[in-house]
Design a binder for this molecule. Sequence first.
Ligand code: GLU
Length: 522
Amino acid sequence: MLRLRFAPSPTGYLHVGNARTALFNWLMARGSGGTFIVRVEDTDAERSTAESEQSILDDLRWLGLTWDEGPDAGGPHVPYRQSERLDLYRAHATRLLAEGRAYRCFCSPEQLELDRQSALTAGQPVRYVGRCRQIGPADAEHRVASGERAAIRFRVPESRDVLFEDAVRGTVRFSTDVIGDLVIQRSDGTPAYNFAVVIDDAKMAVTHVIRGEDHISNTPRQLLLYEAFGYTPPRFAHLSMVLGPDHTKLSKRHGATSVAEFRAKGYLPEALANYLALVGWSPSGGGRHGGGATREQTAQDHDTELMSLAEMAKRFSIRDVSLSAGVFDEEKLAWVNRHYLREADPARIADLAVDVWNRTGVPMNPDADGRSYLASVMPIATGSVDRLDQFPTRLAFLFEFDPEQALEDPQVSAEMSTAGAMAVARAFAAAAANGPRLDRDRFRALVNEVKGGTGQKGKALFHPIRLLLTARADGPELDLAVPALDRGAELPASAGVPPILGCRERAALFLRVLDARASGSA
Ligand code: GLU
């Protein structure tokens, strides 16, 4: 049974590149009926924070990447936080010391920095010079007993090749000659990443490690440690980086990079997960050519690219992950998001939209009636926007109606002062005043009546009506907007939705403003 893990360091937010790493591990675990583990790598006490851990776990949960074993979920290999496993690492370091495979290193940080500088000046690879290699164990223990601080270094065998089969990159070969003896335990007693990760992956029986290619040079070091302990290493797959549009590593310079930021911008979790999977994975089995998802694809490609997590898990194969780096294309993400916005249950979208309104200065607390009303108007926005944060603007016509302000626009006031537009406005207002609230059919009938009465048609008919009812020169189709306004006007205050002015009230108000302006300027 496959066991895969995601091992975040809680030193910041979850970057979308790391989210993709988590996703690929999750897909491989779920697709094979295996186990997905979250392990928190928090041995860097200075940079790790509980808030960061919390936010990373929240983001994973939000994306739908549930785990079977982890810091909160527990599991057969507790604890799942490295800071709670220090005894295990120390015991392993002690074992390597006893076997002569590791030694104490007394070099000070200043000394190591000097070594680094001289290697750089001499144009040589930076690696530990081996100064403490020859200190005998008895000597070393004596110095430690008398209070000297020492790190523990692993003795890297000289002049050997370390080989491994990377599931994405094929055979990878490193010579140990470029690898200096590595610190496995720092002088403060905490384990180094390369050490803790090996012990944990081995003890947690991890079978496959999918991670970023920034870790590829760590892998030979880790393999040497597996060998020293006699542990079976997992299979490795190193993913190419996620790049920005300018083909440099996706970073702050490119805008949003964290899952939390994309969430706040109004992307749905299923859209972000689906899109991230496509950055580097070609589900059609196209293999190792493409550089990630581009927009120049056929409609058919698009159909096969839109997948739920469950479907992706069924289809995922690490063999279909591309060796070339994937470019993060926010326009394509927006396209995927539009699809999911349209597919989603309007009630769910309405709840999310309420959060956005509340965050952006339109406070509301809808009850069941209010929520079902809002759900009914969601299609007006889902058909035409990319993201949830665009909903308030798209739907602002519901809660805002300001003819004075609209008429400040010279184009609007010029249009509304033509005889034709005035005739349409008066006829519409008069007919609406006496009739019932408008649904789509009644609205169409009323428009026909106005058309017959005024002789106006097309834009000359519809545009004045749009201005009259929304005080905006453009917006959603009136067929949708008008019934939404008139249903909103019938909501009781207790529905918890900001007041919505109905069409007849709007038309009357607009005319009053027009008349006042006309008499004012007369
Ligand atoms: N804590 C490491 C990181 O966040 C994990 C690397 C690995 O997967 O081994 O980069």
